[in-house]
Design a protein around this ligand. Sequence first.
Ligand SMILES: *[C@@H]1O[C@H](CO)[C@@H](O)[C@H](O)[C@H]1NC(C)=O
Length: 229
Amino acid sequence: MASSMILCVLLCFISAAANPISCPNLNSAANYAVIAASTVTNTGFTIINGDMAISPSIALTGFYPDGKINGKTQLGNGVALQAQKDVCTAYNDLAGATPTGQMTGVDLSGKTLTPGVYKFDSTAAIGIAAGVLTLDGCGVYIFQIGSALSTADNSQIQLINGAKAGCVFWQVGSSVTLGQNSLCQGNILAYASVVFSGGVTLNGSACARTAAVTFISDTVNPQPICDCC
Ligand SMILES: *[C@@H]1O[C@H](CO)[C@@H](O)[C@H](O)[C@H]1NC(C)=O
């Protein structure tokens, strides 16, 4: 009796350990720092340390002379279209993951989260100026957000104990606004637009499925996707 209980506990433990939350397959979309649909616009000294794709539009403005794209740009071609298709597939996979935590109405400021799938039925925010969200431990973090995501000015996402930005995914049902001088981490897959308010650092990537990505003197550092534990 005791030994069969121990066996059961062991089996449960093994099956839990063998089924971590899986990382979405971004396919070709994993190669980009920025993917947009309608336009990418910039004001000021933005630095994009990776590749960019725009599809179906070709509108890329404001990077000359001050901004820098340290990578290739794919504008309105078949490669960019494929990147958008791959964002769409990954977005749907993320939206379909089974939630492990219901977070509707909870402000992320001051919270510490371990790997999991966190669901917000409507908006999500790091809503307090200079608020800090801490992600603790290696593994996959998925945020399923029904409508908008916003982060406050000077807010930060901190990664501790092996958490990696390339393993963090923000699936956002409408648009994203990143506050001034904030630090965001992870891969943003937004249905509509992604707005960088100025002086933002994003360690990860920004993908806008149907609208624009806009910058004001920001920095994007893409990270190895799904190189987790
Ligand atoms: C952001 O990424 C860059 C380059 O990939 C790295 O040097 C820097 O330490 C990262 N910043 C944080 C806060 O993790």
